[in-house]
Design a binder for this molecule. Sequence first.
Ligand code: HEC
Length: 156
Amino acid sequence: MIRQMSSSLRGTLLALMPQSALPDRLLPKTSVKQLFKNQCASCHGESGGGDGVLAAQLKPAPTDFSDKARALNRSLLGLYDAISRGIDETAMPAFDQLSEQERWSLAFHVGSLAFQSGPPVPSGVSNVTLQQLVNHNPAQLAADLPEVTLQTVEGL
Ligand code: HEC
């Protein structure tokens, strides 16, 4: 309950933040994977399943990024924020020593892990803006945009 409240509060705060910090491009996939392996895998596990070597000792446990139900309800901005500022009263540290580009790349990387077996993106769904993609969670995107189904969002 408390965690639910703080995550909705986080959502409200994020909606107020200006979007000036998006990088022009993300790092190549291989570099992001290497970064994740070096900095994150000890807790989140090498493939992001929440099963790193330290995981058993942590409460709350590190997020399992392959958990689709959870992934549908968070935005890339929410992930970026957690990476940048850490999460209070959990083992999740702030990675403010990483560049913005590294943090955004990691957010896109972990945000994609639940959807890896998703369908290919159908052509013609090009009117989702980067802003919408970053600010909304997949469930909201599908609800707000009549031409977009949840399946399409999963493939984005
Ligand atoms: C020392 C252990 C530890 C390390 C290292 C760590 N995390 Fe975490 N992380 C956690 C824990 C524990 C949570 C769960 C907090 C919770 O459930 O509220 C978490 C939560 C998160 C979340 C929030 C997910 C959500 O659904 O809200 C993101 C994003 C995240 N971590 C990304 C990363 C990335 C990227 C790295 C590497 C740069 C990293 N973490 C390294 C322990 C760690």
